[in-house]
Design a protein around this ligand. Sequence first.
Ligand code: G6P
Length: 608
Amino acid sequence: MCGIVGAIAQRNVVPILLEGLQRLEYRGYDSAGLVVVHDEELDRVRSTGRVADLTKKTASTQGLIGIAHTRWATHGVPSERNAHPHVSKNQIAVVHNGIIENYEILRTRLTSEGYEFASDTDTEVIGHLIHSYYKNGGTLLAATQAALAELVGAYAIGVIANDNRDQLVCARRGSPLLLGVGDGEHFIASDVSALLAQTRKVVYLEEGDVVELGRHGYKIFDVNGRHVERIVQLSELSNDSVELGLYQHYMQKEIHEQPQALADTLESVCNSQSLVPGIFGAQAANTFADIDSILILACGTSHHAGLVARYWLEEIAGIRCNVEIASEYRYRDSVANPKSLVVVISQSGETADTQAALNHAKSLGHTHTLAICNVPESALIRLCKLRMLTRAGPEIGVASTKAFTTQLAALFLLTLVLAKQRGRLSLQDEQRHLHDLRHLPSAVQKVLELEPHIAKLAEKFASKHNALFLGRGLHFPIAAEGALKLKEVSYIHAEAYPAGELKHGPLALVDKDMPVISVAPNDALLEKLKSNLQEVRARGGELYVFADANTHIKEAEGIHIMHMPEHAGYLSPILHTIPLQLLAYYVALQKGTDVDKPRNLAKSVTVE
Ligand code: G6P
């Protein structure tokens, strides 16, 4: 999704802007651009290539104030004329994330006032609107505030003017934006990782904030225009955590970071002797006592984590659980149960559909809300009463990996806490689960050792156009996640089916060209799964089975077995995720795709 960086400094800001954009590349984009003020002129450069192309094109660009952007097309095709920054009358420049819903009405009005539109974007109306106020005199801040009052929709914006080298204005509503505080210089960015090379002192802006930044200070005005102070926080992210290091791709790095990410997420729990609701917030015990069901809302990979959790919550905690795709739930007239706990799951905490689904649930009368999220200070964390932070660290690869397994760990903790509160967890079981959780990081580490074998297996997939993933029970969502990973990064069409459903349709697709990947844990459904695998084999399908020890599934003509080091009981979905992530990664390598930035996809989808 789009990314914003801005800077006002006593040095040339172009390298700061370019480095920031580079660090935002992971969000996904199709064009990039920047603008600086130089000799009272706006000097703008844009490119439909990578940030590296923009770097070449800006070799001689200089300025002490500037704004920059990576664009992920929504209104208008990816092209240089649609790339940001957008400029009005060579005087006002704007970068924008989000969507302006009333842009057509504004565009008609501004056209009649003599403004010419050079792009197909909704953003261009913002620049012209600010200009229409600025030209009458007054400050850039006042002109921006007046323009914002007319906008309907979501935005994070950065604004500069050609005749003002000393002020940069920014604002947010519905899209993330933060300030970076430096020494005699200030920055803006949509994501803290963009600023880590400059400063770790950050101010997370609230909904509706508008800010006037100078070199030596800044003023924040809230949604009502009142001057307010916001806390300066020290970001815990280190510069190293967003560096690639020895790995070839972020996806590979992040797959390998899972043992640590899980250990960090589980740290407080594993260091204690018993489970307490407090890990979800001070009010958790009271809330959990008042609920009779769970409603999980999420998108993409996070939705798959919710699907796994449903099995745990119903089976272990004995609590009813519904899992809904956020983009569907938000527009559905559902029957609300105020005694339900609404759980939103999100890596970024900014996904527009998940936010809208949460707000929809609240509007229907839901009051109990919990966010499971990887980004502190994100919108979802702020919008929920209860919260648990997964501590996966920054996830840069667009295809989610470590965020998923840490979400599962958090959801398993939720299950255990609820089971305990509902009298369904004996002391002995609690200790056994705690023991298994402490062991989890090293169990994942052992699975990672399968990497060279999976890399070899991946060679067989490079020429395929389709793949079918099968799983049952707890592992059906893992098959779905495996299929999602494969299609995201290798562009092979992949579908997942609960194995028992095979004979009701997808079996028609099975022939020698259709690889069938099966997740085969040693659980109660194993024998049933084996019969499903026979159905595939009998139709000439080639099977790739990720099997636990003791499953007694044997390697044979057309059956390739990958042996998992151990069976992890209820935590097995976490272990079985790892080889499927590796498979997708190595197939993508074979196919030569842009693994970390798959075409058309964005990391953080902050628009509908
Ligand atoms: C995008 C990403 C996916 C992610 C989904 C939900 O589609 O490409 O990897 O699973 O958004 O994102 P969230 O940040 O809410 O988990």
